[in-house]
Design a protein around this ligand. Structure first.
Ligand code: DLL
Length: 438
């Protein structure tokens, strides 16, 4: 097992280490990052006021805008010369969020990534096909270096060029596929169109899927089509990238590596810290980031944390799957819904394929408007009855989500496929605003 000591660390040891590292980190951030010195001063506290893990609640949150305000070099705690890498994520406002790494930060990240692969069931003998985007996005280089660190061979296919991707998957008989879950669905569909039977012709054993929310129904579909174990991986650029949390083969929550990340759950509106087991926004404190320390960083991701030891023997707390982000949540007729819940309702409907779009518009906010592709097999069968399927889909959405939906069925292949993160929600309100601005 890779870094067994860290992977199998007991709960009391994790908490002891968290306290020790956190107290050090709080002082380090305060003494080296002017933004933190200012935040502490404004809150009327000093690092000496933080004596225990619970005292961390006294420290104000850090938010994405804090990073944007420090574009391009970010909130550096080290001289620029000590930085060896930058990554960035593009935001909706145009100014990217830049994150920076020292040599030690990269070593920590790659160790986390190697553990992440290994905990998900990947072994050093495996060949990893890495179809995440290489570049400013952290997915490509993170999954690349972690696989090498574990001892795997990497095939750095990156995103796109789907035909070649499939040929290499077949020729190299790759064992692990790393990409977004939506691209995995696209790859299996494309492989079938090229005449392959993915579960039989390929040799994939484990999928390392993340970077976007996906439902259990999507997981079941990917597992069946490729004949692999589809593992959920969570992370974000601000927290190094991928490798913050991962599922073990029990597939019962994603283990957050507690020796490097301290997690809290808060009420996204009031900011109040929630008791264990309540659903809320995840807030992370990085316990050893050198270049860019982050204390109490608000992720906007909504989930429940489970602190019980897992059946796999790991005591690292678990995220019970990310349902979505607070800023992606739709309020339809007064009901809060995440796109992944709509996905689940759609995929539960026999005859509906994996590709769909949710349309949000000013005059349809009281109703859900969904375009869904019909599954190809169903579409070509004699059983296909558009009206019947339409009725069943709307009824299923109402049964699962308790909201009414206006559904349009589309021919297979009509929704544009993406190779990175899928764009499931089309917000027409933004379109109107753009037109009105002109
Ligand atoms: O998506 C890093 C990553 C790459 C994670 C590859 C996993 C695999 P960002 O582009 O900064 O970084 O986006 C981070 O993506 O706050 C979540 O909203 C979402 N996200 C990431 N992983 C998951 C997941 C990368 N497993 C944002 N389930 C996060 C649901 C996820 N959402």
């Amino acid at each position: 097992m890779f870094n067994e000591k860290a992977q199998m660390m007991k709960g009391d040891k994790i908490r002891e280490l968290q306290k020790e590292k956190m107290l050090k980190m709080v002082r380090y951030a305060h003494d080296n990052v002017p933004m933190y010195k200012r935040k502490f001063k404004e809150a009327g506290i000093t690092p000496s006021d933080i004596k225990s893990i619970d005292d961390i609640h006294k420290i104000p949150f850090t938010v994405k805008d804090d990073l944007r305000d420090h574009y391009p070099y970010g909130i550096l705690a080290v001289p620029k010369e000590k930085v060896v890498r930058f990554h960035a994520s593009s935001g909706t406002t145009g100014t990217p969020t830049v994150v920076s790494y020292t040599r030690n930060d990269l070593d920590t990240w790659y160790d986390l990534m190697a553990r992440t692969y290994n905990a998900a069931g990947v072994e050093p003998e495996d060949i990893v096909q890495n179809a995440y985007g290489y570049g400013l996005f952290t997915g490509g280089l993170g999954f690349h270096s972690g696989a090498e660190k574990l001892g795997c061979a990497v095939l750095p296919t990156a995103t796109g060029n789907t035909k070649k991707q499939i040929k290499l998957m077949y020729d190299f008989q790759t064992n692990v596929l790393a990409c977004t879950p939506s691209y995995a669905i696209y790859l299996s569909e494309a492989a079938e169109n090229f005449g392959y039977k993915p579960a039989k012709d390929f040799n994939l054993r484990v999928g390392m899927f993340g970077a976007e929310p996906w439902s259990d129904e999507a997981r079941a579909s990917i597992q069946e089509s490729f004949g692999l174990k589809a593992q959920d991986v969570y992370g974000m650029s601000e927290l190094y990238g991928p490798g913050v949390a991962v599922e073990c083969p029990k597939q019962n929550g994603l283990h957050i590596w507690g020796d490097e990340f301290y997690v809290e759950t808060i009420d996204p509106i009031s900011g109040e810290v929630l008791p264990e087991g309540e659903k809320g926004e995840l807030v992370f404190t990085m316990l050893s980031r050198e270049a860019m320390p982050l204390l109490r960083y608000r992720t906007k991701d909504i989930a429940v944390i489970n602190y019980e030891e897992c059946g796999c023997g790991r005591a690292h707390p678990r995220i019970m799957r990310i349902k979505g982000r607070s800023d992606d949540m739709l309020i339809i007729g007064g009901v809060n819904v995440f796109p992944s819940q709509i996905e689940a309702a759609l995929l539960e409907t026999e005859g509906i394929g994996e590709h769909y779009q949710i349309i949000v518009d000013r005059d349809v906010l009281d109703k859900l408007y969904v375009k869904a592709e019909v599954d190809r097999g169903h579409y070509e069968s004699d059983e296909y009855d558009e009206e019947e399927l339409l009725k069943r889909t709307s009824e299923n959405i109402t049964a699962v989500l308790n909201i009414r939906a206006r559904v349009k069925l589309l021919e297979p292949g009509s929704i544009p496929r993406t190779v990175g993160k899928a764009k499931r929600v089309l917000d027409m309100r933004e379109e109107h605003d753009r037109i009105e601005d002109v």
